[in-house]
Design a protein around this ligand. Structure first.
Ligand code: F6R
Length: 251
């Protein structure tokens, strides 16, 4: 067992613990470089972090952020974009210097060049200090979907039907409007972060969490590669932890 696992009584307790962790890291290292996810799972975490930041408990003025992924063909100003999600739920509420918010541009004319630009920007920032992750029910992290081969670096991905369905809410509930492709950090981009925190809540994540923690390393469960990293904290609620083979510390 290489992954450090905490099981919380509920999603609120998990979000509070992660908020404390990030706020503490920021106090220790104000120039923290954060990798960030979107999705439903981190909403409570962002809400609490905004609250703590308003109460002067987290100062983002010297921090840098890099989001994991963005839909291909969707520009940063479009309502379905992950950039707009981050604006709504986080960026517009904190004191971050906007020049230090980094995002993949889904509308870039040359997506491959955009991926290379992003890798270079992460390197220029000194690499990711803390990468926060969610996990897809199919075991994806970022948009690294289960496949025979995974890509190491930021790349264009084809989204699985289930992943498009899970993102339909961003596009008025219409799965047909969810792009078929996205740009995503690759497995090595994620695994080179100095520390990683993955959060998962709800029973629909129990199977992929069990595959990630107790299963073999396999490209069919991209999250299983986190077992290779020396500093990963997996934060779960009880429902997401219920298929784990072993007992894990409470949170
Ligand atoms: C989104 C991302 C995805 C999500 C995953 C879980 O930026 O990187 O890997 O973390 O799809 O999404 P939710 O939290 O909506 O279940």
């Amino acid at each position: 067992m290489t992954l450090h696992i905490s099981v919380f009584s509920g999603a609120g307790q998990l979000a509070a613990a992660l908020t404390d962790d990030v706020a503490q890291r920021l106090r220790r290292a104000p120039t923290l470089v954060l990798g960030l996810p979107t999705g439903r799972t981190p909403l409570g975490f962002y809400r609490r972090l905004v609250h703590v930041s308003r109460a002067a408990g987290a100062d983002f003025s010297h921090a840098t952020t890099f989001n994991l992924d963005e839909f291909l063909g969707v520009g940063p100003g479009e309502p379905g974009s992950y950039r707009q999600y981050m604006e709504r739920h986080f960026f517009r509420h904190i004191n971050i210097d906007r020049r230090r918010i980094h995002f993949l541009d889904g509308a870039a004319a040359d997506p491959r060049a955009e991926c290379e630009r992003y890798e270079a920007a992460i390197a220029a920032a000194g690499g990711l200090d803390l990468q926060v992750l969610g996990i897809g029910a199919n075991g994806h992290i970022g948009f690294n979907e289960p496949a025979e081969r995974l890509a190491a670096r930021t790349h264009v991905v084809r989204l699985r039907p289930g992943t498009r369905q899970a993102n339909a809410a961003l596009f008025g509930g219409d799965v047909a409007r969810v792009p078929r492709h996205a740009l995503s950090m690759g497995m090595a981009t994620i695994l080179h972060a100095r520390s990683i925190v993955l959060m998962a809540t709800g029973g629909e994540k129990a199977a992929c969490v069990s595959a990630m923690v107790d299963g073999p390393l396999t490209t069919r469960t991209p999250a299983s590669f986190l077992q290779l990293h020396p500093d990963v904290h997996v934060m779960l609620d009880q429902a997401a932890a219920r298929k784990l083979r072993t007992d894990h510390a409470g949170g």
